[in-house]
Design a protein around this ligand. Sequence first.
Ligand code: AOF
Ligand code: ZN
Length: 367
Amino acid sequence: CDGFGVQCAASNDDAFFITRCVQLARKAVGFTSPNPLVGCLIVKDGQVVGEGFHPKAGQPHAEVFALRDAGDLAQNSTAYVSLEPCNHFGRTPPCTEALIKAKVKKVVVGMVDPNPIVAFKGVERLRDAGIEVVVGVEEELCKSLNEAYIHRMLTGKPLVTLRYSLSVNGNFLDLLGNGATDSGGYYSRLLQEYDAVVISSSLFGENLSVPASQEPGANQPIRIIIHKDPSSSNQIPLAISEVTSKVIIFTDNETAKAAEVAQQGIETVALDQINLDVILDYCNRQGLCSVLLDIRGSFGQFEELVKEGIKKNYINKFVTEILPVWNGRTEADPLQTLKSLEQGVKVVNLKSKASDQSVVIEGYFKF
Ligand code: AOF
Ligand code: ZN
C-alpha cells in the first residue's frame, strides 16, 4: 500500500474482490484508450450482487454498470473498484456521486487514479460524504493492468514496446513463428493489446498484410507505416486496402517526392527525417496509450528510430520471439561486443514462455 503514499487496511477478502475486478476489467483490453481498464464489484454480506467494467471511452464507467446490476441491493454494500472512482464531469458524470446516491457503505479502491484531475479527489469526496474508503489493495496488480494508461498520464507519451524475431544465434529475422499469424495466435493476441502498431512499408511489398485477429469485434490497432526508401518502389503496395483499421504513413521528404502515397488517399506525414518525437506526439494526440514498434521486415528502416528511442528513453519494453533456426553470420559484430553487462542498457523483469515453435521473452528497459 505504498504507491502514491496512501495508507490502507485491507483484508484477504478485499484482495480477492479487487483481483476479480481486474479480471472483469481485462474483458475490454484494447478498447478503452485513452481511458483505463476498470472493473467494479458490489458486494453485500460477502456475496457479489453487482459487477461491471468500463467497455469503451465515451461509455459509462465500471461503477455505473455494477450499480445498475446491483439495483437496490447496493444500499449498505461495499463497492470494490480497481481504480479510484472519478469525481469529475468528463464524457460521463462523476462515479463518486453515483456511489453516494446508491448509499454504498464502504469503497475499496485498488489504486489512486494518476489522472491529475481525479487523483485523490475521488477518495476525498467519498470520505466527505461519510463513506469508509480503503485505498491501495492489490496495487501492483492494478498498476500492471493499466501500465500504458499510467505511463501516458505521467509522461504525456504512449508506452512503447519494441518487437522483433531472432534466430537462435541472435540475428534479426523478418519472420514470425509458425502459427503466429493465425487468428488467435501469438502475434494477433499481441496486436490486440496495443492501440497502434508501427511497421515497415516493405511488409506490404511481399503481399504480407499485417496479421490481426479476424474475430468479430476484435481490436484492430491503427497501422503506422514507415516508408523510407526512395529507391525501392514509388508506391505503397495496396495490400493496405485489406487492413480494416486506420492507416497513417510516415515518410521522409526524399521518399515522398518519389512516392505516390498521397494519391492513395491515406493520411501521410512527410518529414525531413522520420523521428519518434513526431510519431509519439501524434499517438498522444490521438489518445493512443500503447504502441508496438515491430521492426520485422526492415531493420534498416528502423535503425535510427530504435537508436533515438533508446537514447531518449522512449522505448519502455521489448518482446522478442526466438525462432528454432540458425542463420547467417557466426562471427560477432565488433561494435556490438560488450565487455560486461554494465556497458549495455539493462533490462529487468524478464518473463519467458517456451513452446517447441519459439521462445518468447519480454522485459523492461531500465535506463
Ligand atoms: C472511473 N471508472 O471505469 C473509468 C475511469 O471522459 P470520461 O468521463 O470517460 O472520463 C475519463 C477519465 O475517467 C479517465 O481519464 C480516468 O481518469 C477516469 N476513468 N474512472 O471512476 C472508470 N474508466
Ligand atoms: Zn468514473
